[in-house]
Design a protein around this ligand. Structure first.
Ligand SMILES: NC(=O)c1ccc[n+]([C@@H]2O[C@H](COP(=O)([O-])OP(=O)(O)OC[C@H]3O[C@@H](n4cnc5c(N)ncnc54)[C@H](O)[C@@H]3O)[C@@H](O)[C@H]2O)c1
Length: 346
């Protein structure tokens, strides 16, 4: 039989379109990139990296729920950065920002921390869903080309099997995670319905400089470090055997950039390491680096805390070359940052 079948023609056209999208996505140079939550922990490091990658403009939209100007000190000295102190849940405001900049790519880092879902579960859920829906509507209406959304390993809940790959069922145990899981589903549905270019990047626990250390929304590493630096006793919830994999924030940012270039639309991918650590071991490591020999306060386990989070990163490694910073080195760099912060705060 000669000639091309209908199925082959459709496939070739699909491959052509796919290749065109991936080719467009190869470079960040001269792109106008919007980062929601860009004054936060991961977002601000991403902003710095996008500038180094040669972005034309980096537009930051952050309502400063926890974001800080300190995180943007370096970025704001660059004339390519435009900062909007704005709520990405406000569709009208967001749309007007898009009208002022010809945005190509959006990295969605806006969220209200997991701990906040114990304070205002409804708002934590709403933020995670509303920002994504706003961005998907703008994407569907061709206001930009590519959505890179940051999901979270929390969508999986406590592991049913280990290590957790991307097919692991989503069993969120907090309204924060339920909002993130809903956002993931919304993205998948828009890709199927409207063939938009959107992907889900799913980091596990991050640590590093600039992570929020203040108040009830702070992460475990900054809280512990700041307490020890002040000579105060750190706290552990439960028996400390709960474990997490800790990814250095600059490694996550590197993965985000590489995934932007390589991950086909509609895909979700875990971003993690192979260094599972029990919380009590982590606290001992920090204590040893800071020469802290004082008390460690034991508190009851938090309801809905997941016990163990171990990622399967096979999919990540098929798309990118992920070389990670040694945990010990990354932890030392992180502690150096908080030593400066604690001197400034004194
Ligand atoms: N840090 C981690 O360990 C981790 C792990 C997995 C996934 N993630 C994901 O990575 C992304 C970034 O997390 P992060 O650790 O940098 O958080 P972060 O809290 O440091 O930063 C989030 C930023 O979003 C801003 N924000 C909140 N609501 C907003 C709104 N309605 N409009 C505009 N800005 C708003 C906050 O002010 C803050 O600056 C989130 O999507 C989070 O779910 C983080």
């Amino acid at each position: 039989m000669t000639g091309t079948t209908f199925a082959e023609t459709v496939l070739t056209q699909y491959e052509f379109i796919f290749e065109m999208v991936m080719r467009m996505r190869r470079s960040l140079e001269r792109k106008n990139i919007l980062v929601t939550g860009g004054a936060g922990f991961i977002g601000s490091h991403l902003v710095d990296r996008l500038l180094r990658e040669g972005a034309e403009t980096v537009v930051i939209v952050d309502n400063f729920f926890v974001g800080s100007m300190r995180n943007l000190e370096e970025a704001l000295s660059d004339r390519r950065v435009v900062l909007y102190r704005e709520d990405a849940e406000n569709y009208v405001e967001l749309k007007s920002i898009f009208a002022q900049h010809q945005i190509d790519i959006v990295f969605n880092c806006a969220t209200k921390a997991l701990n906040y879902s114990f304070i205002d579960p409804s708002d934590a859920f709403a933020t995670n869903v509303t920002v994504v829906l706003n961005l998907l509507e703008l994407l569907r209406h061709h206001k930009f080309e590519t959505l890179c959304h940051l999901s979270t390993s929390e969508v999986y809940g406590t592991a049913i099997y280990q290590p957790m790959d991307e097919k692991h069922p989503k069993n969120p145990t907090t309204s924060y995670a339920a909002g993130k899981a809903s956002a993931d589903l919304a993205i998948e549905s828009y890709v199927k319905m409207f063939n938009v270019d959107a992907m889900i990047m799913r980091p596990f626990n991050n640590f590093g400089p600039r992570q929020n250390y203040e108040g009830p929304l702070a992460g475990i590493i900054p809280i512990t470090v700041m307490k020890m630096l002040k000579g105060l006793a750190p706290e552990v919830h439960g028996d400390g055997t709960q474990s997490r994999e800790f990814v250095y924030v600059l490694d996550t940012v590197d993965a985000l950039i590489q995934l932007y270039r390589n991950l086909p639309s509609g895909n979700a991918v875990n971003i993690s390491t192979n260094n599972e650590l029990q919380i009590s071991t982590l606290i001992d490591m920090i204590a040893s680096k800071l020469n802290y020999n004082g008390e460690i306060i034991r508190l009851p386990a938090r309801r809905a805390d997941v016990q163990r989070h171990v990622a399967c990163c096979d999919k990540l490694n098929t798309f990118i070359d992920f070389s990670m910073t040694q945990f010990d080195e990354a932890l030392s760099e992180t502690l150096e940052f908080y030593k400066i912060v604690s001197v400034e705060a004194a």
